[in-house]
Design a protein around this ligand. Structure first.
Ligand code: AHM
Ligand code: MG
Length: 312
């Protein structure tokens, strides 16, 4: 019988200095909330919760009913567990400050909004800092995501590697299915919204993608960051959301998309860069700040940086 997520957390307590009972409670609460979200996602077409909620979030994006529901489930769980001092969500303009100190959690409740209505993989991304969300990713205690795909999987790092759990629909437990996720040094896949090619600000990036084609790489792009990063973590290669004429700092948000994914990728042996610096070294200046994202296998990320810097 595989280890449950709760048993795993108690086991890791021996190795991870910050992992006390309070942190275990908080992480368990996040995992439980994602099980509830998974249940709603599975039945969305039957519950009448597909489609737009008829409003726009702080970033001007149309909010889906499931975005809203997932957001409420996570906020309620975090408030109730009493261990979160700050809660930041993609769907909420301000950071919810509950107390002075504790765990600061940032999340994207339902990533991949454009895929909700068409039954394509979507996910929840989360990160945990001590006391404040406005810290560099390098200071994260933990980060992870849940992918609602053919299986529901929880992929998490406590700063000592990456472990993946699969939700067992029978027992309702997340069971350890991939104890040590390691990103291949080099892959065969690139993942980028190539429809934006002419809008990309970097000419070097266009040349890099042409180079990969010459090297017989193939393209996979789901349009849900969770799904595209999940594939990259397991199969290697590169995922990019660059700056373009429309999104001059990229589209993905630092605190609850780029930074937690960068943490996981580095913990699995890969690299994650903005093109100028490691994503984990970016000091946040705004809650919903965006950054360009280049992440994946070391070989491809380094090659991409050479092209962008004009050194290739
Ligand atoms: P969301 O959090 O509102 O779903 O937006 C983020 C998503 C990412 O999952 C994905 O990588 C990206 O937006 C796709 O954007 P595009 O449709 O421009 O390729
Ligand atoms: Mg998102």
């Amino acid at each position: 019988m595989a280890l449950t997520f709760s048993a795993y957390l108690f086991q890791e307590r021996e190795k991870v200095s910050w992992l006390n009972d309070e942190a275990i409670l908080l992480l368990g609460e996040i995992a439980s909330a994602t099980k509830e979200i998974a249940g709603k996602v599975r039945k969305a077409g039957l519950l009448g919760i597909l489609g737009s909620a008829g409003k726009f979030n702080v970033q001007g994006e149309e909010v889906q009913k499931l975005d809203e529901l997932a957001n409420e489930i996570l906020i309620e769980s975090l408030k109730n567990c009493g261990k979160a001092c700050q809660i930041t969500s993609e769907e909420v303009e301000e950071c919810l400050v509950v107390s002075e100190s504790g765990y600061a959690v940032a999340f994207d409740p339902l990533d991949g909004s454009s895929n909700i209505d068409v039954n394509v993989s979507i996910g929840t991304i989360f990160s945990v800092h001590k006391d404040s969300v406005m810290k560099r990713g390098r200071e994260l205690l933990a980060a992870g995501y849940v992918i609602y795909g053919p299986s529901t999987m929880l992929v998490v790092s406590l700063g000592n590697g990456v472990s993946a759990f699969t939700l067992d629909p029978e027992s309702g437990n997340y069971l350890l299915s991939h104890p040590e996720v390691k990103l291949p040094e080099k892959g065969k896949i690139y993942s980028i919204n190539e429809a934006n090619r002419e809008k990309w600000l970097s000419k070097g990036l266009r040349e890099f993608i042409d180079y990969l084609k010459g090297e017989k790489y193939t393209l996979r792009y789901v349009g849900s960051m969770v799904a595209d990063v999940h594939r990259t973590l397991f199969k290697g290669g590169i995922f990019i959301y660059p700056a373009d004429k429309k999104n001059t700092s990229g589209k993905l948000r630092l605190l609850y998309e780029a930074s937690p994914m960068a943490f996981l990728v580095e913990q699995a042996g890969g690299l994650a860069s903005t093109g100028e610096a490691d994503i984990l070294d970016v000091v946040p200046s705004e809650l919903h700040q965006r950054v360009p994202v280049i992440l994946g296998s070391k070989w491809e990320v380094n090659k991409c940086l050479e092209f962008i810097k004009g050194e290739a």
